[in-house]
Design a protein around this ligand. Structure first.
Ligand SMILES: [Fe+2]
Ligand SMILES: [Fe+2]
Length: 185
């Protein structure tokens, strides 16, 4: 696997300044939660910095580029192309940096979540929701809960994301519903 320094440089050279700052902020939260919840700090740091590596691929090229890299997209993802960067990012991190399967899994599901999220998956999902620059009150609350209870904070972030989609009358990825049901069973 590539060193943190190498990954950091590639991400920095790939993303805009704004998105790179977001990535750094997500990384900081990932490290914090990994320490709190006894997760591998290096893995958390790497998935944090790299999670949005595919985010700035232009809309018109997202499907084509992802498929070229061997990403298998479902119909829903082809229609909601903002989701593609998660799975595509995971494949890029595997091929380019040699990220392990559990790290790629966290990146794959940082947007939609899924049933059976691992600790690392939850940490990245939560960190993305409550990084320091997010200004909405729910993100602050998620962070506060996150300092006490990872599962509760993850479920809170997931619920808020779903609520937002409902309020906006946007379609929901079935993986998010599965994730929600899974946490309440
Ligand atoms: Fe993302
Ligand atoms: Fe992100």
């Amino acid at each position: 696997m590539k060193s943190f320094e190498e990954v950091y440089e590639v991400v920095k050279n790939t993303l805009s300044e704004k998105r790179f700052r977001h990535s750094e902020k997500v990384m900081e939260r990932c490290v914090e939660f990994a320490k709190l919840y006894d997760e591998d700090v290096e893995k958390a740091r790497l998935v944090g910095i790299a999670h949005d590596i595919a985010k700035e691929i232009p809309k018109a090229k997202r499907v084509e580029e992802a498929e070229k890299d061997g990403v298998i997209l479902n119909e829903f993802e082809k229609q909601h192309t903002s989701l593609i960067h998660a799975k595509h990012g995971a494949v890029i991190c595997e091929k380019r940096f040699g990220f392990s399967e559990d790290m790629c899994d966290a990146i794959s599901f940082h947007s939609t979540a899924k049933a059976g999220m691992s600790k690392l998956d939850k940490i990245l999902y939560l960190a993305d929701f409550c990084e320091e620059d997010r200004t909405f009150v729910e993100s602050k609350k998620a962070y506060e809960i996150g300092k006490e209870n990872l599962d509760e904070a993850y479920l809170y972030a997931l619920s808020e994301n779903i609520k937002f989609m409902l309020e906006e009358r946007r379609q929901l990825d079935i993986a998010s519903i599965d994730a929600y049901n899974d946490m309440l069973k």
